[in-house]
Design a protein around this ligand. Sequence first.
Ligand code: CDP
Length: 233
Amino acid sequence: MNVPDIIIAIDGFSATGKSTLAKLIAKEFDFVYLDSGALYRGVTLLAQEAGLIDEGNNIDLPALRSLLDSGVDFHFTLSPDGNLLFTGERCIEKEIRSLKVSSQVSPIAAVPFVRAFVDNLLHEFGRRGRVVMDGRDIGTAVFPDAQVKLFVTASPEVRAQRRFDEMVAKGENPTMEEVRKNLEERDYIDSHRETNPLRRADDAFVMDNSDMTLHEEIVWTRGFLMGRFGILE
Ligand code: CDP
């Protein structure tokens, strides 16, 4: 199916399956997938490793700003398992998905200069078009003119179970309670922060995938794109 060179923005709460859907779309329609959350997670990991955030989520803002100004090099490398985030030569994909990073990423992502840093990278990555990007503010702030905007939701139970299974499959050992609490906390901070909070763009289409299989999601998306671009095939 011949989808034009557009930007597809996918936003929604934590663990709603945005990245799974974005990866499916990238594969099916030959788009480049960009995971904006990975970059916020990457900044969080570097801040934690440099001791710039304490257990009470107090952030050493001047030091964090210097760290980002010193020229942090983030780039994605495509592997059979999808895009992997690197900083310089170091792959940080595993570390950024840990509960430790998840527990502090939302306060870091609420810092305006962190958002500006990530937005810069996203604009750079998105310049070529034919990109599907997922996050919290892609359709509202990063690419407000994206030609297709989806807002993905799922029930809290389904989301917690999916994230729990995902972490266990990666060899982590969280309790269901920890996972549920982390999702709730992030949802709250992400939708209440001052700079570009999570919200559905007025022109975003809602997909509730609580009871959808991946196959149903891609069929739904295909139908949606056919309708949007007048594709008959
Ligand atoms: O995969 P999951 O839904 O757990 O989250 P993610 O997409 O990896 O994003 C991690 C965190 O980064 C979110 O909880 C937000 O705090 C932040 N984020 C953001 O503020 N804006 C974005 N466009 C993407 C992520």
